[in-house]
Design a binder for this molecule. Structure first.
Ligand code: PLP
Ligand code: COI
Length: 339
């Protein structure tokens, strides 16, 4: 551990000591198994390989100034993984088993939870996959659940700095009645081409419009979108975006800060009326948006001419981090302390 430079961590994979697994066979879940291996053998006809029966989650643990380790809102992730499982017909994992696996994975790798001062955190990645053989397009009868962890720094290498994002009308990540509301691997596969083009052009992410009308803001590749104007926090309502737990938390914090909160369709043109805009998510935390380039129309919506994060983004960011790191009271019971 001596040689981990916590403050220089990026959002990448690093081997840790243990991962935690459970198997679904004959209609029931096994108890948790602890593994030191980063691998598992898999059947060549497993449904996750052919038909995308795969869902994942992302959550974080933080080491506080008091040395305690806090996991943020893991029940919400457990419930969302159940929803994803329902969405692509996989076996549902009991919330209690999910939570126990997450806590176990953090405990067994506690030496990888970055110190408070570093600003880094421990990223927790649960996955659920169909493992039994199937050649016809049908759900598997067996499933594997794995939780691994890895210490991470900021998702966007800039950290809490503004970055530009881009709209490309020729790519969609999710259909209006498709799987966008679930955290399934296929959505991310669908976002890779546009994401790489955006990165090559110097953007941190693609901002997707609704796939049907291309009229309303949906979300970014790896994070939800929000805008700020007139003391109001505005975030899209859409049937093709992931219900972000960070966004849900920010809506509460914005309310607590005396702001109004609106969850509704956001027409693209409304961007010109926003004072600030940002991306939010577990990995992204809050990433303030410098500008949105609508390249098809040669138009830019600029939120931060001087490149500095807006005041509201900054207040929300500080408030959220303070709860996650235990600097402020956890009045909504969002945090689980790992003993
Ligand atoms: N939207 C997408 C597509 C994501 O992948 C994520 C990341 O989990 C989010 C939004 C943010 O969700 P959360 O705040 O629950 O991490
Ligand atoms: C997260 O924020 O946890 C995500 O899953 C986003 C991205 C890394 C896929």
């Amino acid at each position: 551990m001596e040689n981990i430079n916590w403050s220089d961590l990026t959002f990448g994979y690093m081997k840790t000591d243990y991962n935690v697994r459970a198997y679904y066979r004959d209609g029931q879940w096994s108890d948790l198994e602890i593994s030191e291996s980063e691998y598992f053998p898999i059947h060549i006809a497993a449904t996750c390989l052919h038909y995308g029966q795969e869902a994942f989650e992302g959550l974080k643990a933080f080491r506080g100034q008091d040395g305690k380790v806090r996991i943020f809102r893991m029940r919400e992730n457990a419930l969302r993984m159940q929803s994803s499982a329902q969405g692509i017909l996989m076996a549902q994992l009991p919330v209690e088993l999910f939570e126990r696996a997450v806590v176990e994975a953090v405990k067994r790798n506690i030496r990888f939870v970055p110190p408070y001062e570093s600003g880094a955190s421990l990223y927790i990645r649960p996955i659920l996959i169909g493992t039994s053989a199937q050649v016809g397009v049908k759900p598997a009868s067996e499933y594997l659940f794995v939780v691994f962890v890895t210490p991470v720094g900021p998702y966007f290498k800039e950290g809490f700095k503004t970055t530009p994002v881009v709209i490309f009308r020729e790519y969609d990540r999710a259909a209006p009645l498709g799987t966008g509301i679930y955290k399934v691997g296929g959505n991310y596969a669908a976002s890779l081409v546009a994401g790489e083009i955006a990165h090559e052009k110097g953007y941190s992410a693609v901002l997707y419009l609704d796939a049907k009308e291309k009229k309303y803001i949906d979300e970014c590749g790896p994070a939800n979108f929000f805008g700020i104007k007139n003391n109001t926090y505005i975030t899209p309502k859409s049937s093709s975006i992931l219900p972000s737990i960070t966004n849900k938390s920010l809506m509460q914090l914005a309310t607590d800060m005396g702001m109004k909160v609106e969850r509704r369709q956001i027409p693209l043109e409304e961007l010109s009326t926003f004072e600030e805009a940002g991306m939010c998510g577990t990995a992204a935390v809050i990433s303030p948006i410098q500008r949105v380039d609508d390249v098809d129309n040669h138009h830019s919506y600029v939120f931060s001419p001087d490149g500095k994060p807006g005041k509201v983004c900054e207040s929300l960011y500080k408030k959220l981090r303070a709860i996650q790191y235990g600097d402020e009271p956890d009045k909504y019971d969002w945090v689980t302390i790992v003993e």
